[in-house]
Design a protein around this ligand. Structure first.
Ligand SMILES: Cc1cc2nc3c(=O)[nH]c(=O)nc-3n(C[C@H](O)[C@H](O)[C@H](O)COP(=O)(O)OP(=O)(O)OC[C@H]3O[C@@H](n4cnc5c(N)ncnc54)[C@H](O)[C@@H]3O)c2cc1C
Length: 420
């Protein structure tokens, strides 16, 4: 028997002997659901709490028109969690990413560069999936794995007891060895843990919807960089694409308030050069874009992940992908601790999680905030820099490959990183 097999067997014995750690995960968004499932699989007794009601088994979640582009590392995690096969069947592969710099809507491109996944030896960068389906499949798997679900239970406080944390919620209390905060950008749990976060309101809103079109997308995601914000069309199965359309608040409000015919006219004007005529349009929703970054990822017996730790701009599809990386690392640290007979809530384990994630999160935050500001700017020097930057990427294959790899794998910028 090899050394590795022997230590794996020892770990299994130790895990079987130790009581299952009780973990309270707060927030049933995609990050919290994935964390709850990964920690259940890592041998924890998980209770998942959410302020909103969760649907009964088999009932659908309220549908959101929005989709998320998941990159390969996220797909690998969902595959390990056993939900990827079903999701894959309803998703569209993203084989290329086309970035186009426009001086204004409808004008001739100043730069137009296509990044092919094949250039870095991959068949695709990832897949675009409906966020409602992702949550529904995670929730089904969690029920099947036997996790406790406590819905309609807004967490109001987290109180430190001698050897546990007490979660105080709208329907009572729950004691846990470890609390995982995945309760979104405003995170009441983060506040209760006294972890500070910096917020960056951008004054912009993303309009999310999906639509059918007459010209095939060819599995190419198209991101138009134009004054006001990015206009991104991401392939879905068939001749359908999802849309993330960023505008300053007042313009987004106007667009969201238009009649269906009025909205169609505005959409079609921008879409026609790229995907032809617009057919059926899904419901449209507005998402105010506020960047947020927590100063720490851990407190005694507690860890933050997902938007509770970092809310990123949608540019470059990094938000949930970064959160799923948090999930993978935390679950791995917990599992490793259990194998070594160390309590997963110990400072050693939590600090190792923070060390493993903080640099990547800060780097991604800085890069996406900077990019989003540059994309939306109408200042001539910024626009020129953006256009020249894109052209440079197009001309230098080695640099282009480096950028593509950076999109997919953890970033390793040195700390401390100057934030924008
Ligand atoms: C327009 C747009 C496009 C995007 N596109 C992409 C993309 O292509 N790829 C990508 O990777 N990311 C993308 N993102 C980012 C991604 O969608 C988000 O990061 C992700 O949905 C956030 O998930 P979360 O679970 O962290 O938070 P949330 O979804 O906000 O979930 C938080 C949960 O916590 C619960 N909660 C809140 N307060 C309490 C409380 N007090 N007690 C109990 N529960 C509570 C809420 O009810 C909610 O269920 C996009 C974002 C936007 C806005």
């Amino acid at each position: 028997m090899s050394e590795r097999e022997r230590s794996g067997l020892d770990g299994e014995r130790r895990r079987a002997g130790a009581a299952r750690p009780r973990v309270g995960v707060v927030g049933a968004g995609p990050a919290g659901l994935a964390a709850a499932l990964a920690l259940t699989r890592a041998g924890c007794a998980v209770a998942l709490l959410d302020a909103r009601p969760l649907p009964a088994p088999g009932a659908p979640l309220p549908e959101e028109g929005r989709t998320v582009a998941l990159l390969q590392p996220s797909i690998e995690l969902l595959d390990r969690l056993g939900i990827w096969r079903e999701l894959a069947a309803e998703s569209a592969p993203l084989r290329a990413l086309r970035l186009v710099s426009l001086p204004r809507d409808g004008a001739e491109p100043e730069a137009d560069v296509t990044f092919e996944a094949a250039e870095i030896g991959l068949p695709e960068f990832g897949r675009n999936v409906r966020i409602g389906r992702l949550r529904a499949l995670l929730l089904d798997a969690l029920r099947e794995a036997g996790a406790e679900l406590v819905d309609d239970a807004a967490v109001e406080d987290v109180v430190r007891e001698r050897d546990r944390l007490l979660i105080v919620h709208g329907r009572g209390t729950l004691r846990a060895d470890l609390v995982v905060a995945a309760d979104g950008r405003r995170s009441p749990v983060r506040r209760a843990l006294r972890i500070t976060a910096s917020e960056r309101p951008t004054g912009r809103v993303a309009i999310g919807t999906s639509f059918t079109h007459t010209r095939p997308h060819g599995n190419v995601s198209i991101e138009l960089h134009r004054p006001g914000g990015a206009f991104t069309m991401v392939p879905l199965p068939g001749d359908r694409s999802s849309l993330v359309w960023v505008e300053p608040e007042a313009e987004a409000k106007r667009l969201l308030g238009l009649t269906d015919a009025g909205f169609r006219a505005e959409l079609e004007r921008r879409v026609r050069p790229w995907l032809g005529e617009v057919g059926e349009i899904d419901r449209r929703d507005g998402y105010p874009l506020v960047g947020s970054l927590a100063d720490r990822l851990v407190a005694p017996r507690a860890a933050l992940l997902g938007e509770a730790a970092h809310a990123l701009s949608p540019v470059g599809a990094q938000g949930l992908n970064t959160s799923l990386r948090d999930v993978a690392v935390l679950a791995e640290r917990v599992e490793r601790a259990r194998d070594r007979g160390i309590p997963p809530w110990s400072a050693e384990v939590l600090l190792a999680y923070e060390r493993a994630r903080l640099a990547d999160i800060r780097a991604r935050f800085a890069v996406t905030e900077g990019l989003a500001a540059a994309v939306a700017s109408d200042l001539a020097p910024v626009r020129l820099a953006r256009t020249l930057g894109l052209r440079l990427l197009g001309a230098l294959p080695a640099l282009k490959q480096q950028v593509m790899r950076g999109l997919m794998r953890p970033m390793a910028l040195p700390l401390p990183l100057p934030l924008p």
